[in-house]
Design a protein around this ligand. Structure first.
Ligand SMILES: [Zn+2]
Ligand SMILES: [Zn+2]
Length: 193
């Protein structure tokens, strides 16, 4: 972090320019560039990377209630078949900052919002908050479709396009017929493979 944030770079919100009169509600739309997230060694890319994050700030007199909302979509490989997949997430999360704690050296989870920076705790790092909230909102599983059958563990075939030769051939009548035909053509059960 560099000093001198007066220019309000991407993803930063100076709460001092909002109306924080107790009882009043203020809101701001902050442009943020979302980062690529790596899960299971695979990259998941926000598309579009640039989103507008809505920040609501309410002052109660004893503290600030902060709310962050945005929608995003991530693209990356299906976790079972590696086909291109897309997941849409909706972020809606809150933080609280107690007033009169500016002199505190260490942050306290119950009273301090970790995304508000010293010395005055009035610079809100919207980009960092949005990034963390996005990662938390990503579902545990990302599939190309809800009923993705994945890849065959033996031959690697995409089972969404049909059964592979090493799978359920004994129970699939089409494969059973092929097997019978092959045995008849070769004249015996001697497997050339
Ligand atoms: Zn899949
Ligand atoms: Zn297979």
């Amino acid at each position: 972090m560099t000093t001198g944030r007066r220019g309000e770079p991407d993803g930063l919100l100076d709460l001092r320019r909002l109306d924080l009169t107790p009882g009043a509600g203020a809101e701001a739309d902050v442009p943020v560039t979302l980062p690529v997230v790596t899960m299971g060694g695979q990259p998941y890319t926000p598309e579009p990377a640039g989103v507008i994050v809505r920040v609501d700030v309410g002052s109660s007199g004893s503290g600030l209630g902060l709310r962050l909302r945005f929608g995003a979509a991530l693209t990356g490989p299906c976790q079972t078949c590696l086909a291109p997949s897309r997941v849409v997430i909706a972020v809606d999360t809150r933080e609280y900052q107690a007033l009169g704690r500016n002199a505190q050296a260490a942050g306290d989870d119950d009273f301090d919002c970790e995304y508000l920076h010293e010395p005055a705790r009035m610079d809100l790092d919207v980009a960092a908050w949005a990034r963390d909230a996005m990662v938390e909102a990503i579902p545990m599983s990302i599939f190309c479709r809800p009923d993705c059958r994945g890849l065959c563990a033996r031959c690697g075939a995409d089972l969404n396009t049909g059964p592979c030769a090493c799978g359920d051939d004994a129970t699939d009548p089409r494969w059973a017929a092929l097997e019978a035909l092959r045995e008849r053509l070769t004249g015996e059960s001697d497997d050339p493979l």
